[in-house]
Design a protein around this ligand. Structure first.
Ligand code: PLP
Length: 273
């Protein structure tokens, strides 16, 4: 595998970052995961906008978007895969003791691996831990993902692929790496960004393309919703067939199936929506 590290393509085995890189020592970094289809990145401009917003939120220098576009093109070229997960990581860089910001400037890593298409439906669990809708990191896509790692491990133990969090007010928020939508009386709803969820790129497109409403939702909505689905870069739109012990239809319901069709059509026609 060839990856981009700080200015050039390298073999993954030879790529080097300092072990004192702030991204490693204190999680002072940000990232984006971009889907590629036949080597074409989807919604790259939106991802780069969000990366810049995350950098500013964390107080990192603005990333050099021209370099990132060059890195993405080089990495995609060097690693031909039908469906790819392109990961852009940008960290605080080298720090003597991990206590103050880097002395050698930020680090940029761009890597790509092949993935398979996600199934149309999946199982999810809910977790009692909360997302903080008023935290310093709320809405930023930082590399401080350990809480998501723990929640995802809990989901996997229970045969599920995603864990859904409430926020501190007990309202439905998001998953470890996805946004959540529910269908009530034929209408689609998703928690607002003010709930503390990440402003997902797939979420924004799904809202725009399906007319979903942003609504403040209690966690209990998961016990009542006619249909539930997730959105994320690698899932696109994925129906939920089980939430905790509640079984929903084994196939995507009619509203979700229509949203999936609209998404596939629109996303296939426009690589940089
Ligand atoms: N929420 C979190 C915490 C995420 O990490 C992600 C994935 O990036 C999402 C939501 C979905 O966002 P997107 O559709 O931009 O992949």
């Amino acid at each position: 595998m060839r990856i981009w590290v700080n200015g050039g393509l390298r073999d993954a085995d030879d790529a080097r970052l300092s072990v004192l890189d702030h991204g490693l020592t204190v999680g002072d970094g940000i990232f984006e995961t971009v889907r590629t289809t036949e080597g074409r990145p989807f919604a790259l401009t939106r991802h780069l906008d969000r990366l810049t917003r995350s950098a500013r939120g964390l107080g990192l220098p603005d990333p050099d978007l021209d370099e990132i576009r060059r890195a993405v093109a080089a990495v995609v070229d060097a690693n031909p895969v039908p469906l790819g997960r392109l990961r852009i990581t940008y960290t605080g860089g080298l720090s003597p003791l991990g206590s103050d910001r880097g002395t050698a400037g930020p680090s940029l890593v761009v890597a790509l691996d092949g993935v398979s298409r996600r199934p149309d439906t999946t199982a999810v669990i809910t977790v009692p831990w909360t997302r903080n809708e008023r935290g310093a990191l709320t809405g930023l896509k930082t590399t401080s993902y350990a809480e998501n790692v723990v929640a995802l491990a809990r989901a996997r133990e229970r045969g599920a692929s995603e864990a859904l969090f409430p926020n501190t007010a007990g309202r439905l928020c998001e998953g470890t790496g996805s946004n959540v939508f529910v269908v009530l009386d034929g209408r689609i709803h998703t928690p607002p960004v003010a709930s503390g969820c990440l402003a997902g790129i797939t979420r924004a497109l799904a809202v725009e393309w399906t007319g979903a409403e942003e609504s403040d939702l209690p966690m209990e909505v998961l016990a009542e919703a006619d249909e539930i689905f997730l959105t994320s870069t690698l899932r696109d739109i994925q129906a939920v067939h089980r939430v905790d012990d509640r079984e929903l239809a084994p196939e995507p319901g009619p509203v979700t199936a229509k949203a999936m069709r609209i998404f596939d059509e629109r996303a296939g026609n426009d690589l940089d929506p």
